[in-house]
Structures are given as structure tokens and as C-alpha cells.
Design a protein around this ligand. Structure first.
Ligand SMILES: [Ca+2]
Length: 320
């Protein structure tokens, strides 16, 4: 086994989905917003004007609909489950939309201990495919949005601030500053893609494409790394697995890969006295007997680190 590490590159795994949720709207909420009372400031007898409460799956008894004075802006609406059985419920408003028009459904959601079913999100009751990303667990105010296009005929759409969704959830969610706004298709992304078929071919870095090794099932332990096996080399790498990986012709192999990297701490995988750690991504115990030292003894070249949850200095220290 070639023990020389030819190059080490560091990748920050950006949370693109979360970034898209927090990107400011290109169309500001205001005159174009089709939703009534979109900030929930007009309320009569604890019901926001233009909105009504709904529940599904016989969860009317469990759902609690309220207006909370501590909104993102002024007041907001909230839904919680009043029992451990959970609830599938919504605050709903009805709007009229033009045909063949691109719209953005957006809003801000905060959650506390939301578990089960889909979570907390915005969706359209009579366009079930239109739904924003859902929030679960405990999250501060987070903007969610999605684009949709109406059909050939004028349509009346039922917009839900949804709690649960295709099943019951427990916990509590708050909703504020929701909007359905027309979007100029050319302005919808702010991105233009141009394909130049006459362009000269160019060589791309082999670091861009490739594959990854994840501490999942037997990818590492009992797979790539299997000390003591008659099929392994002196470093514990399974020679038959290495040969199989060669057939894939991967230009680069990143490690740790996949969801596993999000909770990986390299200091737990170096030195003589290693302690097992809990792999939060897959819910298993990782022995940490395969770590940075072992990876560097192999031929693979690309060390991954996660910039979303781990401190920056944690992976910069790894290469000092
Ligand atoms: Ca408000």
C-alpha cells in the first residue's frame, strides 16, 4: 500500500438547503402579497382576520390554535399539540391566483420540540405538491419558501400554516409574515445558465468529482478497514476492497463522507487511547479505530471537514 499522501484538500460542507431557507426574498412582502392579514396583527376573539383553524386525522381535540403577542413582527399565530397523541392542524387562508403565473410562497416559522410527521411548514391544501421545507425540533425564526406555478385556469388556493402534515406532530410551532407573491420568472433565481457549445474543452480538477467513504454499515469497519483479516494489508486495509474501488475509477475519495462528517471530531480518531463515540448521523457507536492516521496511511487523498456545526479551528488544527 502506498503510504504517501499526495495531497490533502479541505472541503467545507455547506448547508445549501438551510442557506436557501434563510435567503432574503427578492420580492418584498407588501402590496403584491395576496394573503390577508399576513402578519397576523388584526385579531378578533383570538382568531386572525382572514384565517381559520383546521384539523385532520380526528385531531381537533388535540390541536391548540392561538395568537401569540411575541411574534417575529408584532403578533403571530401558533399551533401546538395538547396531548402526546399529536395533531395534524393548520391556520388556513384562501386566495385567488391568476392562471399561468409563477408565485412564491414564503414565511417565517419558529418551532419548539416539534416531533413526528412532517413538522412545521407552509403548503397549499389543493396543490399538495407545493410545500416549503419543514422544520422540526427546536428552531428560532427561520424563513422558508418555495416557488409554484398556477395552471391554465384562475384558481382559488388554500394556504396552510401547517403543523403535522400527513401524520400527527407534537410540540409547538409559530408562524409569521407569510406571503404569496407573484415572481418574475427571469428574476426568480437571479441565476443565468449559458451553455457555450463552441467553447474549447478544458480540464477540471480531479478534486471536484469523485466519491466518499462514510462510516455507515460496513463501508469502513469490516469493509475497507478490517485489521487482522487475511485479506488485509499491513495497515489493515482490505486489498480486495481497494481493488474493487479501483474499478470505479474515482478521481478522489473524500473522508469522512456523507452525513457522518457532520458530527465527526477528528481528535477522537487519533493517538493511542481512543474512545468510541456516538455517531449521531446513523445512531450507532463508532469505535474510532479508523481515523485520520489510518486514512493518511492509505492512498486516498481528500480529508473532509464540516463547516456547519464544528468550529473552524477544529479542522484547521488538523493540518498544523
Ligand atoms: Ca406579525
Amino acid at each position: 500500500m502506498n503510504s504517501v499522501v499526495d495531497a490533502i484538500a479541505v472541503s467545507i460542507s455547506a448547508m445549501l438547503v438551510i442557506a436557501s431557507q434563510t435567503t432574503p426574498a427578492r420580492v418584498p412582502a407588501g402590496a403584491d402579497n395576496l394573503l390577508p392579514n399576513a402578519s397576523f396583527e388584526r385579531v378578533t376573539q383570538n382568531v386572525p382576520a382572514g384565517w381559520e383553524s383546521r384539523a385532520w386525522l380526528d385531531s381537533e381535540e388535540n390541536a391548540r390554535w392561538d395568537v401569540d403577542p411575541a411574534g417575529r413582527t408584532g403578533q403571530c399565530v401558533t399551533i401546538r399539540s395538547g396531548s402526546p397523541d399529536g395533531a395534524d392542524a393548520a391556520w388556513t387562508a384562501s386566495i385567488s391566483c391568476k392562471p399561468n403565473t409563477l408565485y412564491r410562497l414564503s414565511g417565517w416559522i419558529r418551532t419548539k420540540d416539534v416531533q413526528g410527521a412532517t413538522g412545521a411548514l407552509l403548503n397549499i391544501q389543493n396543490m399538495q405538491s407545493v410545500r416549503t421545507p419543514a422544520l422540526r425540533g427546536t428552531r428560532d425564526w427561520t424563513r422558508v419558501s418555495t416557488l409554484f406555478r398556477t395552471g391554465e385556469s384562475p384558481s382559488r388556493l388554500e394556504i396552510n400554516c401547517l403543523f403535522g402534515g400527513w401524520g400527527r406532530s407534537t410540540g409547538q410551532a409559530w408562524y409569521d409574515d407569510v406571503a404569496v407573491e407573484p415572481v418574475d420568472p427571469e428574476e426568480s433565481t437571479g441565476v443565468t445558465v449559458t451553455i457555450d457549445t463552441d467553447a474549447e474543452p478544458r480540464t477540471y480538477s480531479p478534486m471536484i468529482f469523485g466519491g466518499f467513504i462514510e462510516h455507515f454499515h460496513h463501508q469502513v469497519y469490516g469493509g475497507l478497514f478490517d485489521p487482522g483479516s487475511p485479506l488485509s494489508d499491513e495497515n489493515g486495509f482490505r486489498k480486495d476492497v481497494i481493488e474493487a474501488m479501483k474499478e470505479l475509477k474515482l478521481s478522489v475519495v473524500r473522508w469522512p463522507g456523507g452525513c457522518f462528517v457532520s458530527g465527526y471530531h477528528w481528535l477522537e480518531g487519533v493517538g493511542e487511547n481512543r474512545k468510541p463515540s456516538d455517531d449521531m448521523a446513523w445512531g450507532v457507536r463508532d469505535p474510532n479505530s479508523f481515523g485520520t492516521n489510518e486514512f493518511r496511511s492509505g492512498r486516498t487523498k481528500f480529508v473532509n471537514s464540516f463547516g456547519g456545526m464544528n468550529p473552524v479551528n477544529e479542522f484547521s488544527d488538523e493540518f498544523r
